[in-house]
Design a protein around this ligand. Structure first.
Ligand code: NG1
Ligand code: ZN
Length: 531
């Protein structure tokens, strides 16, 4: 068949280094960019099959998020903007690891297993981040798609969540918005401007936000979006990519893990600051107090602020909808306690990786999910959105209720429900703080984080560690969990767990305790037990 002939020919231009095996991990394939050309071509092929199978547009994003600039990666985006299913992750690994001479066999195997009608047209949206390797790697994706006769739309430089948004817009016939970067800016900025109209007398100081763009795509897109915000948000951008290296001593991951401010940002005392990661799907906030002490407001604090705000609006609107917050094992113990005991919201814990949180959040009327590292969003069920719309149209709704329902509607429009989105989350937080008249210090004071520490340990084979209970307990190797348990017992308010990373060749160690010294030494002792 001609379609496979072209695959054969073109795949020779994107050869797989013999013996190299890679896995579709927590966020797709991710490794040094030099190993990825054949993976990109093959993901172009797989996305085409997925598009034919689902009769929908599929996205392919070329990025390695918070990883160093030398790395790169790729992930597929399913029709509604979500991650692909576990079965298709398996196909991705199968196709990626096929030696050159068995590529067609594996491809046909997937077509057969999924009973794919190859005459169905395919359409693939492609996006990339600002890494030097992204241009040629995304070209390899385009080659893969065209060799199977699929159509492509190359969005070029976009944030990961922008591409998720485009895919969702396309597959919902524009109901979610218009599938252009401008459409994205318009939808979000209109919602933001509507929300901030409800915050009277904001001073210029309150409108000012320092943004660390991680020297990546988020900085570029923030610049593009600024005019749409009509000075209601005055962004002071640093690490904008003009001189520094991507994610180097800056960005959300650096700030969260190091628990310190990024380099290159000129922070005044008490000023509200935030950092994006390399593909702008994560955000953390922070400030420095008058004693020079650094305060981090991470994904847990973001989830708490947003769920408090939504809960209040639901009460004002008289809507009986269930809110739940979805976290992972990395959530600070204080946040979980606050959410459960004070706010009385349902909290559930899933494995690391947004696909797990996303699925759990879909179970509720309103599911707020955030990883502690700042990756997250809010999902509103169809039924919840319908109730909100109906109440808006109901002429019997009084003014106070109407105001709350309108705020809910604009908040829904401001949130990128397809995936965590640094730009959208930033605007939501700014709007909530403005509406509630809160400073970053007020927000920080909602609860006090337990001191914590995250460490990485390099071992010969991280996969010997297997976990259970949403990764909070190690099942293998034997004796490891007992060792952790007895170390934890030595400290007050302590908790610790280990798990193999899905994006790096390391084991991650997490510990929290009553003091920073104790959290540090517990993390250190547990990492020795991992060797
Ligand atoms: P791994 O490397 O599996 O821990 C990291 C983050 C995840 C998620 C993915 C994808 C931590 C502890 N882990 O996964 O939360 O964001 O990267 O980017 O932050
Ligand atoms: Zn990211």
């Amino acid at each position: 068949m001609a379609q496979f002939e072209e695959v054969s020919q073109k795949s020779e231009l994107h050869p797989k280094p013999e013996g190299l095996t890679l896995q579709y991990g927590t966020a797709g394939f991710r490794t040094h960019a030099k190993h990825l050309d054949h993976i990109m071509f093959r993901m172009g092929l797989l996305a085409t099959l997925r598009s034919k199978k689902t009769k929908s547009t599929i996205g392919v994003m070329v990025t390695a998020s918070h990883n160093p600039e030398e790395d790169n990666g790729v992930k597929l985006i399913d029709p509604m903007g979500e991650m692909v299913t576990a079965v298709w992750e398996g196909y991705a690994t199968q196709l990626a690891n096929a030696e050159q001479d068995s590529l067609l066999k594996e491809l046909k195997d997937i077509i057969e297993k999924e009973d794919i009608d190859m005459s169905v047209p395919a359409c693939i949206y492609v996006g990339k981040d600002t890494r030097p390797s992204s241009a040629s790697l995304s070209q390899a994706v385009l080659d893969g798609v065209s060799s199977l006769g699929g159509k492509t739309h190359d969005y070029g430089l976009v944030t990961t969540p922008q591409l998720h948004y485009m895919v969702c817009c396309c597959n919902t016939n524009g109901c979610y918005g218009s599938p252009t970067v401008e459409g994205y800016y318009q939808k979000l900025s209109q919602a933001f401007l509507q929300l901030t109209q409800n915050a009277s007398n904001r001073t210029d100081d309150q409108k000012r936000l320092l943004v660390d763009g991680a020297n990546g795509i988020g900085a570029l897109k923030m610049r593009e979006m600024e005019p749409f915000l009509r000075s209601e948000l005055q962004v002071v951008l640093s690490n904008d990519g003009s001189s520094g290296k991507l994610n180097h001593m800056c960005g959300a991951d650096y700030v969260k893990v190091q628990q310190k401010a990024p380099q290159g940002m000129n922070m005044g005392v008490g000023e509200r600051c935030c950092s994006f990661d390399g593909d702008a799907d994560r955000i953390v906030f922070y400030y420095t107090d008058s004693k020079g002490c650094f305060h981090l407001l991470d994904g847990d604090k973001i989830a708490t602020l947003i769920s408090t705000y939504l809960k209040e609006l639901l009460t004002q609107a008289g809507l009986n909808l269930q809110i739940a917050v979805v976290q992972t094992a990395y959530a600070n113990g204080s946040s979980t306690r606050y959410l459960e005991d004070v706010m009385k919201v349902t909290v559930c814990c899933t494995k690391t990786g947004v696909k797990h949180l996303h699925h759990a959040a879909q179970e509720y009327d309103i599911g707020v999910y955030f990883e502690a590292n700042g990756h997250g969003t809010v999902l509103f069920s169809k039924a919840a959105q319908k109730q909100i719309q109906e109440l808006l149209k109901d002429s019997n709704t009084n003014d106070e209720r109407k105001r709350a329902v309108k705020l809910l509607e604009s908040t829904i429009n401001l949130i990128n429900q397809t995936v965590g989105d640094a730009i959208s989350d930033m605007l939501v937080i700014e709007a909530v703080l403005a509406i509630r008249g809160m400073s970053v210090q007020d927000w920080d004071a909602i609860y006090t984080d337990l001191p914590n520490r995250q460490l990485k340990v390099t071992v010969s084979d991280r996969r010997v560690i297997d976990t259970t209970d949403a990764e909070r307990r190690a099942v293998t190797p034997e004796g490891l969990q007992d060792a952790i348990d007895s170390l934890v017992k030595k400290y007050k308010s302590a908790r610790s767990f280990v798990r193999p990373s899905g994006t790096e060749d390391v084991v991650r160690v997490y510990a929290e305790a009553d003091t920073q010294e104790n959290a540090d030494s517990l993390a250190h002792e547990v990492s020795l037990a991992v060797y």
